[in-house]
Design a protein around this ligand. Sequence first.
Ligand SMILES: Nc1nc2c(ncn2[C@@H]2O[C@H](COP(=O)(O)OP(=O)(O)OP(=O)(O)O)[C@@H](O)[C@H]2O)c(=O)[nH]1
Ligand SMILES: [Mg+2]
Length: 329
Amino acid sequence: MPTNLPPDYFDAEKRYREAEGIAEKIACLEEMLSIVPKHKGTDHLRADLRRQLAKLKSDHEAHKKHGSHASAFHIEKEGAGQVVLVGLTNAGKSTLVAALTNAEPEVSPAPHTTWKPTPGMLKIENIQVQLVDTPPLDAEYTDPGVFDLVRRADLVLVVLDLQADPFTQYETTLAMLQAHRIALYQPGKIPETSEKLTCIPALLLVNKCDDTGSDEDFVVLCELFEGDCPLLPIAALSGRYFDRLGPRLLEALDVIRVYAKPPGREADLETPFVLKRGSTVTDLARKIHRDFFEHLKAARVWGSSSFEGQLVQRDYLLQDGDIVELRTS
Ligand SMILES: Nc1nc2c(ncn2[C@@H]2O[C@H](COP(=O)(O)OP(=O)(O)OP(=O)(O)O)[C@@H](O)[C@H]2O)c(=O)[nH]1
Ligand SMILES: [Mg+2]
């Protein structure tokens, strides 16, 4: 405990210890945080206070709402896929979500800034993908909601700080996920299913690749990681390598875009239907409308693996970019 704390701090701490309700405890902790002077000697104390505050706030949210569906950690999926960012504190998760999407999560050099998840939409070409910022993984306390979010995710981005021993961060992250029976795998390489584990595809985002010097560190890191999930360099602050992210996300989400064409009219190429790779004409019909699905006879397809307007059956395997005219008669 640093010795140079002002008397106000000890008053607030006393009230904190005596407080009975969560809201009152939160108020006292916030007051303590605002009183603690900001310097190196108080780093640990401030991190501890933030960690306690994060726990209390998430307990408070859970109390306010009823049932797990109302939890702050139950984020409705939107767009072509839900991509959840996880990692240790200060890796730059919030900076990334703030830079890439319309969301505005708080960013700070102080540890344990984020205490609840924040979703935002990232536009990639003509579709939107949902990115979700989360509170940090921490050996002492991590909100269990983070693991629920990961289990439901379509893709996980493990954010590693290149400037803070990324390999150890990766090992710690993996161990924490494993303790909650979650395993990560390389997108496209679906592992054998296991009742004991939830397996989620993941990419490793190595953040703070600020300059050419960090590029060299990134190359060294890639050599250490041989055989595991793919690593991508990024710099959330400057936007370096942002252009590489979109295509990798689409590939990892394993989705295709198809365009519906009403008979006698042009297809709307601005608004694709997003389907899992491996989907058929029937899957598209189901997605558009139940009537189509029930009355579908055949379809005409314009695309890379068919000739112009080829007549195909219901089980025709669709490809990315296909234009499809559904036939109900
Ligand atoms: N040099 C550098 N700093 C970065 C970069 N991205 C984020 N930072 C800094 O890293 C610090 C932490 O960023 P946050 O986005 O709050 O990190 P976080 O992972 O959300 O942290 P928690 O909410 O505690 O989990 C801030 O000071 C950011 O400015 C980057 O690309 N380069
Ligand atoms: Mg954050």
